[in-house]
Design a protein around this ligand. Structure first.
Ligand code: ADP
Length: 780
């Protein structure tokens, strides 16, 4: 409301002007009138006093001579003074001597006494002034004059003054109004306009308007200029801001578009990744399926080929002529070659597909090396080569035992294969810092430098040696990758004509002490497997016997301290004992007689394995077998088998149930068992096996895992869940590639696990001999 505002500020200015001027005027008038009133009164009193003095002087003689008439005449002179209302002359005693009154109504009042020391007193009484004065003659009071005067003149004067003041005030107010209207134009109007502009700016955010400048150079002009300047600055900033804002908006739009495009791209990309992932998953599923199917489908018939060619070669069903023998041998060799090729290809595919799972554990190196040496010894012997092993028995590594053995078998196998007759091969393991360095060294033909890297490629064989020997060129590729999977690297040092050394290093594990293991009473897990206690104080000799027995499937405990031999035998009650003679502090003879005298150990078959050649003494003291060192593995195992298998035959023989869907394999296993004197029953699928076990509990089951209908895993699960079959021994014989979980399950629920891809016939027979009692050979 600009009008209201204008009104308000100019009215305020007008009011202010008028109030200030009227207040100033009123104050001035009041002061002036008050002053005039006081001075007028004082002048009046002075005038009255003079008149009283004159009257007094003129009345002295009248008083002295008591001439009342003369006194009244003197008083009558007061007629000329209109203001005198009444007057009187009094005697010093206060008696009225003469009086005057302007009109007859005026009374002369009683005279008050004058305070001593004073000559005159006066006082004001409503509209009157009263004065009393002593008449002195020769210093003595002769009488008193009393004069009463009215002050109507004063009132008239005051009224006049008030009128003048009112007129002056009115004129002043008019002037103030005039001044206000002038000031309103020069002060209020510019302020009002400024306020209006400020209002427009604040309401419309319109910074282009300007306040009208004034012509003068007052503070108001400065204020308006500053205000306009501020507006132009705001306008500029606003313009710059708008520009920046527009730029930003543009950039935001651009970025949003870019982001949208990128989002779209990412979506498309993730979709394509998803598709690719699905593709890879499908491919990997297919690969898995392919691997497991191939491993099963290829190995099953090959097993039958190998098994039956073995049986034929044994001439169990009649003699073969030389040609037939040759052919059977060809079939067997071809089958073996094919089986190893298939195993290699499957292993390699498994590694390449990232499906090779390792069961890493702490593994004692020396026994594994011993095992490898004893397995490969016959091959080396065939070529009159020496195969030696060097390893500290205390060395342990972190590795998968099966794969570690596979690596060593392959390297030693190659060394034997490519080293000419009479050569030397050494398998060694030494501790280098915190790693165990394993070496396979031969003095064979060596490998030329240009071919040293290539031999680790799949299917690569040396131009020279490769042609002369059979092989696939896969062994080193697999070995190389297996070592890599263990965190090591297979390397080669070789000089043509001098020999080769393949080596790799794996992390060392904490040392496992065999003696303490026996002492600490670590009772082996599977109680039904015969345990053999090796009493031998020489660590290396004990290790050798241990590896010979372990490789044959025995569970072995070593007692290095001869004084603890009896105690250990009592505590663990092994299936057999091997005993050295030359020992300290207690010698073997003492221990032998102790063991045979003690009823708790007397029945345990005891085989003396000693350098001392005194079998007669051994027999005398009760030894069941006496072997003189060095003892061949075969001989040691045969002696053990003889002693362990000479258990009494049970009266009611239960059959061994062979569960296998492949007819040829089933027949082969049955044949193998019957020829070894076992009673056999067979089942071609899971349902049959389930029914047979329910009807007649077998002594043991040989179980394939991949069966039509009910699988081997299901059967095993069912049997373990039922109290009747919970302890039924089950040997799993399979060509299935097992993952870690399946292996764990079988280790927990099956007695033994045999893989068809590895030689299993002998091993199975050995395990059976330990678990099953034999009846007359019957095939059910
Ligand atoms: P394969 O033994 O089936 O031929 P490998 O992959 O095990 O396949 O070996 C590849 C090649 O490396 C062999 O064919 C052989 O020529 C060469 N080789 C491997 N080990 C030795 C060795 N100890 N001495 C000489 N040559 C070797």
């Amino acid at each position: 409301m600009p009008g209201a505002q204008a009104n308000s500020i100019s009215r305020k200015l007008t009011w202010m002007n008028m109030l200030v001027s009227s207040a100033a005027l009123l104050l001035a008038c009041t002061a002036f009138i008050a002053y005039d009133r006081v001075t007028f009164r004082e002048a009046k009193v002075l005038n009255l006093s003079t008149q009283a003095q004159i009257i007094g002087s003129n009345s002295i003689s009248a008083l002295l001579f008591n001439d009342q008439q003369s006194a009244e005449n003197t008083l009558s002179a007061l007629k000329a003074a209109h203001n005198i209302l009444s007057a009187g002359i009094y005697t010093p005693g206060g008696r009225l001597f003469a009086s005057y009154s302007r009109d007859s109504t005026s009374q002369t009042a009683a005279i008050p006494s004058i305070p001593p020391g004073q000559v005159e007193i006066h006082w004001l009484k409503s509209d009157e002034i009263v004065l009393v004065r002593l008449i002195l003659f020769e210093g003595k009071p002769t009488g008193m004059v009393y004069i009463r005067s009215d002050v109507r003149e004063l009132n008239g004067r005051m009224k006049r003054y008030a009128g003048i003041a009112a007129i002056v005030l009115a004129v002043c107010l008019m002037a103030a109004l005039l001044v206000s209207s002038i000031f309103r134009k020069s002060v209020a109007d510019p302020i009002v306009r400024l306020a209006e502009v400020a209002k427009v700016v604040s309401r419309d955010k319109n910074y282009s308007v300007r306040a009208t400048p004034t012509r003068d150079s007052s503070e108001l002009a400065i204020l308006i200029d500053a205000f306009n300047e501020m507006l132009s600055q705001i306008q500029q900033s606003e313009r710059a801001l708008r520009k920046a804002h527009d730029g930003l908006e543009h950039r935001v739009l651009e970025r949003t578009a870019e982001l949208e495009a990128a989002k779209k791209e990412v979506e498309e990309f993730s979709h394509s990744i998803l598709l690719a992932k699905e593709e890879v998953e499908r491919g990997s599923k297919f690969k898995d399926q392919f691997l497991s199917t191939m491993s099963h489908e290829l190995r099953t018939p090959l097993n039958a080929v190998l098994g039956f060619s073995d049986l034929l070669a044994d001439e169990r069903y009649g003699p073969l002529n030389e040609r037939q023998q040759r052919y059977v041998s060809h079939i067997h060799t071809g089958g073996k070659h094919l089986l190893s090729l298939i195993s290699d290809i499957l292993d390699l595919s498994k590694i390449e597909a990232g499906r090779m799972e390792l069961a890493i554990e702490s593994l004692r190196v020396a026994p594994t090396l011993g095992e490898v040496v004893s397995v490969m010894q016959p091959l080396a012997e065939k070529k009159s080569q020496t195969l030696t092993k060097v390893a500290d028995p205390a060395l342990s590594i972190r590795a998968d035992s099966t794969r570690f053995r596979q690596v060593l078998l392959n390297l030693v196998g190659n060394a034997i294969k490519f080293t000419p007759n009479g050569g030397h091969i050494e398998l060694s393991a030494i501790l280098v810092q915190d790693k165990v360095r394993v070496e396979v060294r031969d003095d064979g033909p060596g490998i030329p430098p240009e071919e040293q890297q290539r031999i680790f490629e799949a299917f690569y064989r040396l131009r020279e040696t490769g042609k002369k020997t059979e092989g696939t060129g896969l062994g080193l590729a697999i070995t190389h990758r297996l070592v890599e999977l263990h965190g090591g690297e297979l390397s080669l040092e070789s000089k043509v004509g001098e020999g080769s050394c393949f080596y790799f290093s794996l992390p060392a594990a904490a040392t496992i002490s065999i003696a303490t293991a026996a002492k600490a009473g670590n009772v082996p897990k599977s109680a039904h497997l015969p345990r053999v206690l090796v009493i031998e104080d020489d660590r290396a000799a004990a290790q050798l016997i241990q590896s010979q027995l372990t490789s044959a499937g025995y569970e072995v405990m070593v007692c290095l301290e001869s004084q603890n031999a009896l105690e250990t035998a009592v505590q663990f009650h092994p299936g057999a004992i091997t005993l050295d003679i030359v020992m300290k502090p207690k010698n073997g003879w003492e221990i032998l007689s102790q063991l045979k005298r003690d009823p708790r150990t007397a029945q345990i078959p005891l085989i003396v394995v000693s350098i001392v050649d005194q079998p007669g003494m051994g027999a005398l003291l009760g030894a069941d077998e006496y072997l003189v060192k060095p003892v061949e593995k075969k001989i040691l195992l045969a002696a053990l088998e003889r002693r362990i298998n000479s258990r009494p035959v049970s009266a009611h023989v239960r059959p061994i149930l062979v569960v296998e869907d492949d007819t040829a394999t089933r027949e082969f296993i049955a044949e193998m068992l019957v020829t070894r004197g076992y009673t056999v029953a067979t089942a071609a699928d899971g349902a049959q096996a389930r029914a047979q076990v329910a009807a007649n509990l077998p002594e043991l089951v040989i179980l394939d895992l991949v069966l039509p209908g009910v699988s081997g895993f299901e059967l095993l699960g069912e049997w373990r869940a039922s109290p009747r079959t919970a302890d039924l021994p089950v040997f799993v014989l399979t060509s299935k590639d097992l993952n870690q979980e399946e292996q764990r399950y079988l280790r927990a629920h099956a007695e033994s696990l045999f893989r068809k891809q590895q030689p299993w016939h002998e091993e199975l027979a050995k395990q059976l001999a330990r678990v099953v009692s034999m009846g007359p050979p019957v095939k059910v």
